[in-house]
Write a protein that binds this ligand. Structure first.
Ligand code: WQD
Length: 339
């Protein structure tokens, strides 16, 4: 069965392509290489032994999207990762984010509506909840006003899909709200490749440990949490990738209860920044050079998933721990720096 993965050379996309191929799916990747490298294709092939079909294509070019789907009208499902995802950058470049994250979604959905099989998995984010009033966070938690254009594009994206599904019963869709994806494939063939100075915690930790960065700044230790630092739900990217295959199979096998469903994807366990650092130090045997700095604008105090719906309805749960994820992130960092 032919599955299209947009953004399939990105961090979560590439790990999902591996898991799709492991399940025997025939994968086509579209990526514009704006935030990924063509070398990732070799990494995927090295793991699975099967080179996915790849097309470099900018989904903002509507005629190119139409042309692609006209050629590949036998696609059984689409997993849509392609989007810009840096919260801070989105504040500086809102129009770039709305064009790249919203226009492309509309163009892809318009083409899917012409297909015989209309199965669509959308890459969403726990960012839609903002600072949730209740923890752990369930899928029924209210969507709060977005704190960044990036988060707004995820909220708008879900609304676009939901409203389209309402008038098109043939379109079946699942939005997956990720908590904090971290780690790398155990083979060290693929992993996170942040551009420039990493915004996210774990790549900054590994780049500090390998000597690329001078010191990690912990953004605030005066939050109302046990150790004063923010709490997040760090989920291993391989567990996250497997959830996409389970969600796709749910649609392919018509197991969905409605034609627009939402699932939180997390471990259900919250870890503070200092706990994440301790986990890294334990698995790497390295003392991390960090200091306590001021709070970062826009950070929520705590966010971790209620996993009941994903576990009991979707039928998926995480198997890997924070230590597993940190160990894989460190192995990957050493591999790409040839250390
Ligand atoms: C985690 C914690 C920081 C860097 C964002 C997006 C989310 C998703 C994942 C795309 C926070 C602290 C971080 C550093 C630090 N992205 N931190 N020093 O902000 O929870 O989520 O990335 O989908 O949508 O919002 O992840 O890794 O940036 O931060 O102390 O150098 O680590 O304050 O508490 P975040 P993060």
């Amino acid at each position: 069965m032919k599955i299209l993965v947009t953004g399939g050379l990105g961090f979560i996309g590439s790990h999902t392509v591996v898991e799709l191929q492991n399940e025997g799916f025939d994968v086509i990747i579209i990526d514009d290489l704006s935030n990924s490298s063509i070398d990732v294709l070799d990494g995927i092939t090295a793991i699975t032994g099967v080179k996915p079909h790849f097309e470099k294509l900018d989904l903002k070019e509507r005629s190119k999207v139409e042309g692609f789907f006209a050629t590949h009208n036998d696609i059984a499902g689409v997993i849509h990762f392609a989007a810009s995802k840096a919260v801070g950058e989105s504040v500086q470049k809102p129009l770039m984010y709305y064009e790249n994250n919203i226009n492309t979604l509309v163009y892809v959905l318009k083409e899917i509506e012409k297909l015989e099989h209309q199965n669509f998995i959308f890459s969403s984010s726990c960012t839609v909840y903002g600072q949730a009033d209740k923890l752990p966070i369930t899928e029924n938690a209210p969507v709060k006003p977005a704190e960044s254009p990036y988060g707004n594009t995820k909220q708008i994206g879900e609304e676009i899909i939901k409203e389209t599904c309402k008038v098109n019963a043939s379109l079946k869709s699942i939005a997956l709200r990720y908590f904090n994806p971290i780690g790398a494939h155990p083979s060290t063939q693929i992993g996170e490749l942040p551009k420039g100075v990493p915004q996210n915690l774990v790549p900054f930790i590994t780049q500090t440990a390998i000597g690329l960065r001078q010191q990690l700044s912990v953004f605030g230790d005066d939050y109302p949490t046990e150790d004063g630092t923010c709490i997040r739900d760090y989920i291993h990217v391989v567990d996250l990738a497997k959830a996409h295959v389970v969600a796709l199979q749910r649609l392919l096998n018509d197991k969905n209860e409605s034609n627009f469903e939402v699932f939180n994807l997390g471990t259900g366990k919250g870890s503070s920044v200092l706990e994440a650092i301790k986990s890294f130090e334990k698995v790497s045997g390295q003392q991390l050079n960090y200091k306590i700095a001021g709070r970062r604008e826009g950070d929520v105090i705590a966010a971790y998933a209620d996993t009941n719906k994903a576990n009991n309805v979707l039928g998926w749960k995480t198997e890997l721990t924070l230590d597993d994820a940190m160990a894989s992130a460190w192995k990957w960092e050493q591999k790409i720096r040839n250390k």
